[in-house]
Unconditional design. Sequence first.
Length: 428
Amino acid sequence: MRIGGRLQAAIEVLEAIEQHHKPVANALKDWGSSHRFAGSGDRGAIGNIVYDALRMKLSHGYLMGDDSPRAIAFAVLLRQWGLTIDELKGQLDGDKFAPEFLSDAQISKFQNADLAQADEYVQGDIPQWLMDDFKTAFGDDWLIEAQALTQRPSLDLRVNTLRSTREKVLNSLSKTNAEAGDLLPDSVRITAENGPGRLPNVAADIPFAKGWFEIQDEGSQLAAALTDAQKGDQILDYCAGGGGKSLALSAAMENSGQIHTYDNDRRRMAPMIERLRRAGTRNVQLIEDDDALAQLLDNCDKVLVDAPCSGTGTWRRRPDTKWRLSEKSLATRLNQQKEVINKASQYVRPGGELTYVTCSVLPQENDAIVSEFLDENSNFEAIDLSQKWVELTGRDDVPRSHTGIGILCSPNRTGTDGFFVAKLKRVA
């Protein structure tokens, strides 16, 4: 397919997302199923246009004077892919599959619009109702932080030290642009390509099948590392989902001690069976019923709570969720967070630790939840994570949350997805 056909296909996918409220991954899959002639390169380029368009939907719409799927798809090629009007017109001329080109009025609007004159939430490409929350979380840097969430994410890998070393993983990925990660000794990063370029499908490679590494954002790796799992610990991974953090904890513990992995939606844990086998993990026990969970009350050295959240920290990877988030759905998440932190705290032994994590940057899901919990539970106190951060990363620029009660990672601050981590100790 030429660029015109790819552009038209992206417009069709964006229309399906808008009209039928489909998740972006489903809309792209449906398009691919009905257009099997498209090669992997075509599908990758189409996906890039769609994701880029959704990441910067508001600012694209402002500059084009039109937020339709067609307008924002054209804006991707002109703003994010760096094509000039003349270059794009030249590439589309004679392509019978290309969409109709922009009108003179649309071209004039795009060339003369000044994004600096737009409302700040438009400049930051975030829902207007969340602007004050971003200001609370990030202060004067909030707009920079919001804009950083519109960029393409890297592909981050965690070296599984039970099976391999970072040197071996880097050598196995020598045909990619893989490099050592910035923050942790066992992380590897493959930087996103520009334009139609795609990240490699490393999950299809033999080293992945051998269990040498897991795909995991470095922010998520940090959240697991800040739990500070030690050999011989008894750990509960509450709200474990697919178990990525359990695998990281197991490697840190060198397969000693015990990790009890639990999620109230047991279907989410099903893929862990194969992941555990591939990783060579032997100290993870899947908790499938409440009776088994009850045996851990007051008995765990560490409890990790990866709470259900809005996912605002993952907007680079899931930009469609940015525009689906509502005040009602956020309120539901807040109630769930209050419930899980209280339930999970019951499993911490006296002197043990509770680590609360979200992949959100919103203060009401992070500092506010932890502060409220501490106010209501005098037998817990906050632990300052600054020293552990410096120890893990070798960096003294600790990304404290706005109250200082936890760590707040973000694409701008740490080059990762948005993650909040707070650590509490049970003192009685």
